[in-house]
Ligand binder design. Structure first.
Ligand code: HEC
Ligand code: HEC
Ligand code: HEC
Ligand code: HEC
Ligand code: HEC
Length: 395
């Protein structure tokens, strides 16, 4: 038994990784509410706030599915995912010894289990993830992401975009990755997501075609006049500044999809060629692996329906046993069906005889049928078809 306790103690040290403990004064968003409540309300509406096993059904069922298929403990899997999904976790790595402890049912009081049960993690990507990063090591090899790509600030200093901020509650420091280099902050996690078999199934950084706008212009808001804090620090008045909204709105927000891609169509021989045009600086779909575009074509003669076609543009994944699987277990991927950044993609439908017009509608869905079925996702958001664009083309 003594031997075991000794091994246990050594393991605890190994697990310590690069985590920096957070002082209770700054540990979660409730501590910021007195002076930044409107920012917290915006952030709470985002999926950054839902990034946790408890709060995102898709994430939870993916972790459980990987656990079942790979026979690893779901705790060890969660520690790996936490590097981007819950980066303030107190342990950053587990190894085979932890699996042995799980198998022997000795893991209950381990640092790994304690770290995962910490309530603060349920806030996902919260204020003290982004605003406590001291340095981003963008020169590291592409596989090092999330917690493995940053060094943390001492707890109690908030980094941000402002040159001349003063706060009585915390120290402040300016960093360029909140200003002209803001894309680097997003690429800490929004890049190079890979499967257990080492397949990179999404890489926003390599597909990115940088233009005038940065990620924050479209997914937070343009800079506008507002306040950074409600505290009356300016001769008894609140100080106005140029700020952005903390919305981080993306694929889960149907209004964001309105007009995200443009449509063109023309008849060519015996077919109707539909072209999807992407004005955005990254591919669409992108980000996560099983997203989907759905194109529907209905042929008409006057008001009479002449037949329908539907096409799914998504990616498929195969496991090491050659069976359909989820992105995180992929050994191989099907062709990339996304519309490239600042690019186009054309597809062809058979023409209906006698039709004088085609009504074309483009939708987006967060999870394709195959993966939604495998994971048995229940919440309506995963199957909702969000309207992207539509067009009626005379033939
Ligand atoms: C995903 C990263 C991220 C998270 C999470 C985040 N912020 Fe920010 N925050 C930013 C960026 C980027 C800016 C710079 C916006 C700009 O250009 O003005 C910013 C700016 C700010 C500013 C300065 C005002 C402004 O808009 O420029 C304050 C204050 C702030 N954040 C507080 C918070 C608080 C409080 C939370 C938690 C609810 C939070 N942030 C969560 C990325 C983040
Ligand atoms: C007692 C009030 C108060 C509390 C509580 C508070 N802050 Fe602040 N914070 C301020 C003030 C005041 C400023 C400066 C605003 C300005 O200069 O316009 C500020 C500025 C900031 C900035 C911008 C720094 C920069 O250089 O751009 C960030 C980021 C920030 N706070 C994050 C947080 C976070 C995260 C918490 C919770 C852990 C928090 N604050 C709690 C008052 C507070
Ligand atoms: C610490 C890692 C991390 C950083 C840094 C980060 N994100 Fe995220 N982001 C995530 C994760 C993980 C999710 C998915 C959460 C979920 O759905 O459970 C996400 C989700 C999003 C979404 C929602 C996507 C959708 O399909 O709805 C947007 C938009 C987004 N992030 C934008 C940004 C922007 C802009 C920045 C830079 C200012 C940024 N993120 C920085 C990890 C991060
Ligand atoms: C010119 C505006 C613009 C810029 C810049 C931009 N995006 Fe997007 N992004 C969009 C639009 C439009 C969509 C589709 C609607 C939506 O999901 O918001 C989108 C979708 C997304 C999605 C969901 C993709 C999917 O297929 O589910 C993520 C994640 C995302 N963006 C992250 C980022 C990150 C990270 C950056 C910076 C590297 C960035 N975006 C830069 C406009 C932009
Ligand atoms: C390299 C950083 C990184 C790692 C590691 C990572 N993720 Fe993610 N994950 C992201 C980002 C960024 C997004 C948001 C992309 C988007 O919405 O398009 C995301 C989105 C997701 C989504 C979609 C959530 C939603 O609400 O639509 C699932 C599911 C997911 N991740 C599962 C996992 C699992 C399970 C693991 C661990 C085995 C993991 N991820 C590891 C960065 C990461």
């Amino acid at each position: 038994m003594k031997g075991l306790i000794f091994i246990f103690a050594v393991l605890l040290q190994l697990y310590a990784g690069s985590a920096v403990e957070l002082d209770a004064m700054y540990s979660d968003s409730t501590k910021c509410k007195a002076c930044h409540h409107y920012i917290i309300e915006q952030w709470e509406s985002s999926w950054h706030a839902k990034s946790h096993y408890k709060n995102d059904e898709y994430f939870r069922k993916t972790v459980d599915y990987i656990g079942r298929k790979s026979r690893r403990s779901t705790n060890a899997i969660q520690v790996g995912c936490a590097s981007c999904h819950n980066p303030r976790i107190a342990v950053t790595e587990t190894d085979i010894d932890y699996e042995i402890m799980v198998a022997m049912k000795l893991d209950e009081h381990s640092e790994v289990n304690k770290a995962l049960q910490n309530d603060l993690l349920s806030e996902g990507i919260n204020c003290v993830v982004c605003h406590n990063i001291d340095k981003i090591h963008a020169d590291l090899d592409g596989s090092k992401r999330g917690v493995h790509r940053v060094s943390w600030m001492k707890s109690g200093t908030m980094v941000g975009p402002l040159e001349d901020a003063f706060s009585p509650y915390h120290k402040v420091q300016k960093r360029d990755f909140f200003n002209e280099e803001a894309d680097t902050l997003c690429f800490v996690c929004h890049a190079n997501d890979r499967s257990e078999e080492g397949i990179v199934f999404t890489n926003m950084e390599s597909e990115y075609r940088k233009g005038e706008k940065m990620c924050v212009d479209c997914h937070m808001s343009p800079r506008h006049e507002g306040i950074a804090s409600t505290l009356r620090i300016n001769d008894g008045k609140q100080r106005t500044r140029l700020v952005r909204d903390h919305l981080f709105a993306g694929g889960h927000v149907s209004s964001m999809w309105n007009g995200a891609l443009d449509l063109e169509a023309k008849s060519q021989g015996d077919g109707l060629v539909v072209t999807l045009i992407n004005p955005q600086p990254h591919n669409i779909p992108s980000g996560f692996g099983a997203r989907e575009l759905i194109l529907e074509v209905e042929y008409l003669n006057g008001s009479e329906a002449m037949g329908r076609h539907s096409m799914s543009l998504t990616r498929t994944y195969t496991s090491k046993r050659g069976k359909p699987t989820i992105p995180h277990l992929a050994k191989e991927m099907g062709p990339d069906m996304s519309v490239p950044a600042h690019g186009k993609k054309s597809v062809k439908f058979p023409l209906a005889k006698g039709a004088d017009a085609a009504s074309i509608t483009l939708y987006y869905r967060l999870v394709n049928d195959e993966v939604r079925g495998m994971l048995e996702l229940q919440e309506p958001i995963w199957s909702e078809k969000m309207l992207v664009n539509s067009l009626v083309q005379k033939l």
